[in-house]
Design a binder for this molecule. Structure first.
Ligand code: SF4
Length: 142
């Protein structure tokens, strides 16, 4: 199980960070702001192509927490949800939002995040995170 080193993309207004190891390509980012999040371009994130508020709003929809941000313009950073929400996705992972702290099996803290996608099929190669293996094994669950 691992969290990779985050990649950073900066404008004067906002720093976007991205962890490719926990992205499962749900594509909320690409659908939400294609001029900012374009996998066909290098770098694939261009934080200069939209206002920081718009970018932040789209990042809040990233279900895995692969995308996060730090505001550099004095705007509000992502609020930590005051309650925890757990949603089992049909044939897919468990989406969790809240004040989430991930601890490794050795007891060491791995990450703290407002959004994560956790493995539900039991076959992820990156547990406890979803890595899309549920698609390969045709995981079937309501
Ligand atoms: S919304 Fe998050 S999980 Fe989905 S493709 Fe974008 S970065 Fe990856």
């Amino acid at each position: 199980m691992s969290i990779s080193k985050r990649l950073h993309y900066k404008s004067d207004q906002i720093e976007v960070t991205y962890d490719p190891k926990i992205c499962i390509h749900a594509a909320e980012c690409v659908k939400g702001l294609p001029q900012v999040f374009n996998p066909n371009k290098k770098p694939w994130v261009d934080p200069n192509s939209a206002e920081a508020d718009e970018i932040a709003a789209v990042i809040h929809k990233c279900p895995t927490g692969a995308l996060r941000y730090n505001r550099l313009d004095g705007g509000a950073n992502e609020p930590v949800p005051s309650s925890t929400r757990i949603v089992a996705v049909k044939n897919g992972p468990i989406y969790v939002t809240g004040n989430i702290k991930i601890t490794g099996s050795d007891g060491n803290p791995l990450d703290a995040a407002p959004r994560v996608a956790l493995c539900r099929c039991g076959h992820s190669g990156n547990k406890p995170f979803c890595d899309n293996t549920h698609k390969e094994i045709n995981f079937d669950a309501e």
